[in-house]
Design a protein around this ligand. Structure first.
Ligand code: NAI
Length: 333
């Protein structure tokens, strides 16, 4: 039998965590033979609620769970973890300026990055979900310099899954038939959902999405804005932000990182840029990603036409500004 792995979930008393924990405990992410110990971090006022979550974890009676540790201490949370899921962040409150939100999150991710650096295993795989996800990941990585750069990522898999679903829906096929969509850039409304190199399997044959849909106008306009604004549409309808689909996307992201991607297929992940596709080095940018033996690589050599280049530039510009503001905030206190 395998040794248990330690997984920290921050924001563990929140709504995404509530959907996520069961899938991890059930072996849906790290395997049906992989025991887990959960470290559940939230802020002090949420310790009562978190206790309730721990009671429910116990009540699932799932055999892979070897422990669930609720805590408001960063040391306890990050001690010896193999996987770190940063779901918690400061939510945007009414009347809050973008700058205030950024400042609050910079504080959180500076402090948690420092603790991650000090207490986690150096091999820890990091996924940042809490918004602004790319920039929070940038700050976290900055304050955890002893952890390899390739161990940091942020979540754009939900956007990726949304893009797949929109294409599948339009063609009335199952989403699993749609391959190689890409989310470029920021997890925000400037992201570029790109289906230029995506294919869809119709009647047993892989066809480029552009040929299958035969409606460039829809692909360049409605499709893109629907994916870009999907998060806001869910909030408007549900009065709460996406949680079930976000938790599912976190599981997809980590499962692929753990097990690898399929041959000739890629997924979207925010990673620390190595300059690929002329993106600023060091920026946390969503790219097409392949994974083999736990190693992440950015898919190279995809053709980028002028229109796509412009879309990529737009989201890069927003991210650079966001990152610069965040860096300014780290020095302002
Ligand atoms: P939520 O508000 O239900 O839960 C967040 C939890 O984080 C709360 O329990 C809160 O107390 C906790 N928290 C706040 N500051 C913390 C800190 N410093 N340390 C530890 N815990 C802390 O929010 P929900 O719905 O679970 O969403 C979590 C985050 O995920 C939000 O920032 C949301 O915007 C983001 N999100 C990102 C997506 C993505 O695709 N990247 C998709 C959906 C949501």
């Amino acid at each position: 039998t395998k040794e248990p792995i330690r997984i920290v979930i921050t924001g563990a008393a929140g709504q995404i965590a509530y959907s996520l924990i069961h899938q991890i405990c059930n072996g849906d992410v790290f395997g049906k033979d992989q025991p887990v110990i959960l470290h559940l971090l939230d802020i002090t006022p949420m310790m009562g609620v978190l206790q309730g979550v721990v009671m429910e974890i116990e009540d699932t009676s799932l055999p892979l769970v070897k422990g669930a540790i609720p805590t408001d201490s960063e040391e306890t949370a990050f001690k010896d973890v193999d996987v770190a899921l940063f779901v918690g962040a400061m939510p945007r409150k009414e009347g809050m300026e973008r700058k205030d939100l950024l400042n609050a999150n910079v504080k959180i991710f500076k402090s948690q990055g420092t603790a991650l650096d000090k207490f986690a295993k150096k091999s820890v795989k990091v996924l940042v979900v809490g918004n602004p996800a790319n920039t929070n990941c940038y700050i976290l990585a900055h304050y955890a310099p002893s952890i390899p750069r390739e161990n940091f990522s942020c979540l754009t898999r939900l956007d990726h899954n949304r893009a797949k679903a929109q294409i599948a829906n339009r063609l009335k096929v199952s989403p699993e038939n749609v391959k190689n969509v890409i989310i470029w850039g920021n997890h925000s409304s400037t992201q570029f959902p790109d289906v230029r190199s995506a294919t869809v399997n119709v009647n047993g044959k892989d066809t480029p999405v552009y040929d299958a849909i035969k409606d460039d106008n829809w692909l360049k306009n409605d499709f893109i804005s629907t994916v870009q604004k999907r998060g806001a549409a869910v909030i408007a309808a549900r009065k709460l932000s996406s949680a079930m689909s976000a938790a599912k996307a976190i599981c997809d992201h980590m499962r692929d990182w753990w097990n690898g991607t399929k041959d000739n297929e890629w997924v979207s992940m925010g990673v620390i840029s190595d300059g690929s596709y002329d993106i600023e080095k060091g920026l946390v940018f969503s790219y097409p990603i392949q994974i083999k033996d736990g190693k992440i690589s950015i898919v190279q050599g995809l053709k980028i036409d002028d229109w796509s280049r412009e879309m990529i530039e737009k989201t890069q510009k927003e991210l650079v500004e966001e990152k610069n503001d965040a860096v300014k905030a780290t020095t302002s206190d």
